[in-house]
Structure formats: structure tokens, C-alpha cells
Design a protein around this ligand. Structure first.
Ligand code: ZN
Ligand code: CU
Length: 497
């Protein structure tokens, strides 16, 4: 008799991640892999789940996270598995947990990853080992942050790097890539990286060419000069023959609203000659550290945390300023270091960018924030429920593709992101009528509704209203090869169509 499956999920609408509509069928899992797809009514299995009325999809890949340290510190990762996420890409926006050797407090915005005690990984290999030891509930793949490299080698982050400093940063990036990093990320809008000239970034990015790593960037500006900032990103990517991902593409600031079409046209044009794409979170408010440049009075800002004034977390900056009898600028200065939510986007722009075929879903959630933006707990469920089902912005199988197959191709996760024979059994079963984000700006740490079960590497990782799984099965995923060959690939599925 045949060896029984470890799991048999029967009768669900299987959406395979390739942007094709789903098919009602059965899926059998054995030894962490998808072993069979089709009518398995006669098969034996150790555990079964009836999926009728549900959708079975590949586990979601969060293309943009700052989960670098939380995957080690709080490896249950409930905020993510509870919305179906099974893999997180860390090290975005120029900030990464490794390789980092701090001499004091982490500079802004590295403090988004925690205080100095969170930075315990002097090289990439030690970070990778720590992830494997912590064995988080989700898989982890990592970029190396430009600002992190700068913090190791520049005594003053508010200037461009010298030739010697660039040489030292390159060596460290090269070693990290050899140890499995996906590529380089930058956060050029932040003051701690803004002084880096294009040539500094190009010099570092040159290390990507030999190994086929990618370049992900929080643009130098998301405000009026956003097109120029996109050009800079494409220029850097082309010079290194490295695929480019524009992080959380948006039109920030009232003067910029309505320009999504222009940005997307620029992205499409660049995509003709070079592998490029973007990630996007499904909200019209952003969140990061409190940036004085963004305090303009044009839109609402709420404070999420403040080191000198912790009790101001959750309050509006305008209210704090009027209570203190000072300007918002002055109040912001007094609150720093601090975190904020900026209600600075137009919903139409968000929808156009989210719906574009070059954009994938990334939460950009901030797990260290005591009053986080709701995207941390809600981004994936919000795309599936609010944007796909309720607003019909795109079909459900396209929503799934933007968080699975598309993302896996871009990051070269060749055995993830699809329901196909031999793929790692990262799976999510959800109710397409009930799925929705529950987390709100007022009450942000609430799990999504409508997720029935999540598997990571073939093991059950989450069921709602049950305590976290007693064992966790996530892995560190090193770069699997040359990302230029997978970035725009569209592998087939094995569904019986
Ligand atoms: Zn960013
Ligand atoms: Cu980010």
C-alpha cells in the first residue's frame, strides 16, 4: 500500500499562484512537499482537512517587511501567520539586522528594528544561524541594508562615503551575498542615507552583478521628485545589471496626488529593457519614524511611539501641539525619537498602484511599534477581502498571484509561491466570503478573520482560536541562484485545467 499523505486537503478551490482561476481538487502533502494534486478520494492520509467552500492557495510571501529581529525575538509570528503569510522578506529600506556592529543606539531608522540589544549579528552568517536556531513560524529571506553597512563604516552618516569606506562596505556586502543574502536595499529618503550620492550606491550595487542579486529601494523621494528618484533607482539597477524593486511605491504628499499613472508609466517603460517591479501595501496612510520633513500640516499625523513622551503613543500630532501651545514642527522635534502614521496618500493612487501587474503585496509592517500601523496584522487579508472581493479591483486569483507566484519569482524562491508538484508545502486555506482585515488604526493588533489553516513546510502553523503551534517549521531561505533568470519567469502550474 502507498505511504499515506501527512496531510490531505480535499475539495477546496485550489488557486495555484500562477494568476489563473482556481480549480476544485484535492492536494496531498508528504515530507514537507506537495506530492499530489487531483482526485485523491481513494488515498490514505494521516491527517485530513475538508476544504469544501474554501480556497486553498500557496502560503503568502510578504515582499516587504521589517521582521528582521522579531522572527528571532518572538518567533510565533502571529501577526503574519494569522493572515496566511508563510515567508517574509526582511532587510528592507536600507535597514537590516545584519551585518551590524553598533557602538551606541541604532541610528534612525534602524531603531525600527529595536534598540541596541536587538542588533546581535556582526555578520550575515551569524544572523542566518540565529534565524535557523530560533526556527520561526515563517520562512525568512533577507536583504542587506545600505544604511546598516554605512553604520558599520562611517563615523558620520550625514555625508557621502569615502573610497576606503566604500571598499569596506563592498567587502561586507560581497560576504553577505556569498552567505545567502538576496541583494541590497537602500532607504535613500532617510537622513542617514540621503547624503549618499548615486555613485556610492552604484559602487555597492556593483557587487550584485556577479551573483545575480537584486536591488530594492525606498526611493530618495516619494514626494514631488518621485520620478527623478525612480530614474535614479533604474540607473543604479542597470549599472549593476541587477533587477530593481521599488519599495512601497506611492504618491506621497498632497502636491503629489493623482500621479500614480505617471509613476506606473515610468515603471512600465523601465520594465521594457530591464527587470523591474514594485511592492505596495493596501492603505492610504504610511508609517515610519517621525520625520520633520513630512510634518507639513497638509494631512493628519498620529504618533505611534515617542521615547521622551511614551504616553503620546496613539495621539494626533496636531492635538499634542495645541496642548503644548507650540507648532507641529516644534512638537515633533520634542517627541523625537518617535514613530508616526502619516495620512498622506490618495486612495485612487493606492488602488491604481496595487492593481498594476508589476506590483506585489508587501505589508511594510512595523512589529516593534507599540501602536503599529494596521498593515502589520491586516495587509494580506485586506487585499483579498476589501480590494479583491468587496471593491472588485482585481480577481481573487490575481490577488493571490500578487502575494505568491509573482513574489516568489522576483526573489528566486523557486520552490515556493505555487501549488505544484514538488513545491514546498506552504499553504493557506481561507474562506473567500469571510476573509477580511480586522486590524484598524485605533485597534491595530487584531488577527484577520476568515483564515482556516496555514501550513509551513508541510506542518500546521496556524488555526484560528487555537494556541500557537507547539513546534515551528520556518527556515532561512538563502538566495537560490541568479535572480535575473527568475525575476520575470512565469512557471506553469500542475492544476488539471
Ligand atoms: Zn521604506
Ligand atoms: Cu519599509
Amino acid at each position: 500500500m502507498a505511504v499515506p499523505f501527512d496531510w490531505l486537503i480535499s475539495g477546496a478551490l485550489v488557486i495555484d499562484g500562477t494568476d489563473r482561476p482556481g480549480v476544485h481538487t484535492d492536494v496531498g502533502v508528504r515530507a514537507g512537499r506537495i506530492e499530489a494534486i487531483g482526485d485523491l478520494s481513494g488515498a490514505s492520509a494521516t491527517r485530513r482537512l475538508e476544504g469544501t467552500g474554501r480556497v486553498l492557495a500557496p502560503g503568502f510571501i510578504d515582499a516587504h517587511t521589517h521582521d528582521d529581529t522579531v522572527v528571532i525575538r518572538a518567533p510565533d509570528m502571529i501577526a503574519k501567520v494569522s493572515q496566511g503569510v508563510t515567508t517574509v522578506i526582511v532587510g528592507n529600506c536600507g535597514i537590516s539586522a545584519s551585518p551590524v556592529r553598533l557602538t551606541g543606539a541604532p541610528p534612525d531608522p534602524m531603531n525600527l528594528l529595536g534598540d541596541a540589544s536587538a542588533f546581535a549579528y556582526p555578520d550575515f552568517a551569524s544572523y542566518r544561524r540565529a534565524v535557523d536556531q530560533a526556527r520561526p513560524a515563517v520562512n525568512v529571506a533577507a536583504l542587506v541594508g545600505h544604511t546598516a553597512l554605512r553604520s558599520n563604516h562611517l563615523s558620520d552618516l550625514y555625508r557621502s562615503a569615502s573610497a576606503e569606506e566604500i571598499t569596506a562596505m563592498r567587502a561586507e556586502l560581497r560576504q553577505s551575498l556569498a552567505d545567502g543574502a538576496l541583494g541590497l536595499s537602500t532607504g535613500l529618503a532617510y537622513a542617514t542615507a540621503f547624503a549618499a550620492e548615486t555613485d556610492e550606491v552604484k559602487a555597492l550595487a556593483a557587487e550584485l552583478e556577479a551573483v545575480g542579486g537584486l536591488y530594492a529601494t525606498h526611493l530618495r523621494s516619494e514626494f514631488e521628485p518621485v520620478l527623478e528618484a525612480m530614474d535614479e533607482a533604474f540607473d543604479i539597477g542597470r549599472s549593476a545589471r541587477a533587477p530593481v524593486i521599488i519599495s512601497h511605491l506611492k504618491c506621497a504628499g498632497a502636491g503629489n496626488w493623482g500621479r500614480a499613472g505617471q509613476l506606473l508609466a515610468a515603471l512600465e517603460q523601465a520594465a521594457h529593457g530591464h527587470p523591474v517591479g514594485c511592492d505596495c501595501y493596501p492603505y492610504s496612510a504610511s508609517s515610519s519614524t517621525l520625520d520633520l520633513k513630512q510634518v507639513t500640516g497638509e494631512y493628519r499625523i498620529t504618533i505611534t511611539w515617542s521615547t521622551p513622551h511614551p504616553h503620546m503613543g496613539g495621539r494626533d500630532l496636531a492635538d499634542i501641539a495645541s496642548e503644548w501651545g507650540i507648532s507641529q514642527q516644534e512638537a515633533a522635534r520634542r517627541l523625537q525619537p518617535a514613530g508616526a502614521i502619516y495620512y498622506g496618500m490618495d486612495e485612487n493612487d493606492v488602488q491604481r498602484i496595487l492593481a498594476h501587474p508589476l506590483s506585489m503585496v508587501g505589508s511594510d509592517g512595523l512589529p516593534e511599534d507599540p501602536h503599529p500601523h494596521p498593515r502589520l496584522w491586516g495587509a494580506f487579508a485586506r487585499v483579498l477581502g476589501h480590494y479583491s472581493r468587496d471593491l472588485a479591483l482585481f480577481p481573487l486569483h490575481t490577488a493571490v498571484h500578487k502575494m505568491t507566484g509573482l513574489t516568489a519569482a522576483r526573489f528566486g524562491l523557486v520552490d515556493r509561491g505555487r501549488i505544484a508538484l514538488g513545491q514546498a508545502a506552504d499553504l493557506v486555506l481561507f474562506d473567500p466570503r469571510r476573509i477580511h482585515d480586522v486590524a484598524t488604526f485605533l485597534d491595530p493588533c487584531r488577527p484577520a478573520e476568515g483564515i482556516d489553516a496555514v501550513w509551513v513546510n508541510g506542518a500546521l502553523a496556524y488555526r484560528p482560536a487555537q494556541p500557537p503551534a507547539s513546534s515551528r517549521h520556518g527556515r532561512f531561505l538563502p538566495r537560490a541562484g541568479d535572480l535575473r533568470t527568475t525575476f520575470n519567469s512565469q512557471p506553469n502550474g500542475d492544476l488539471p485545467l
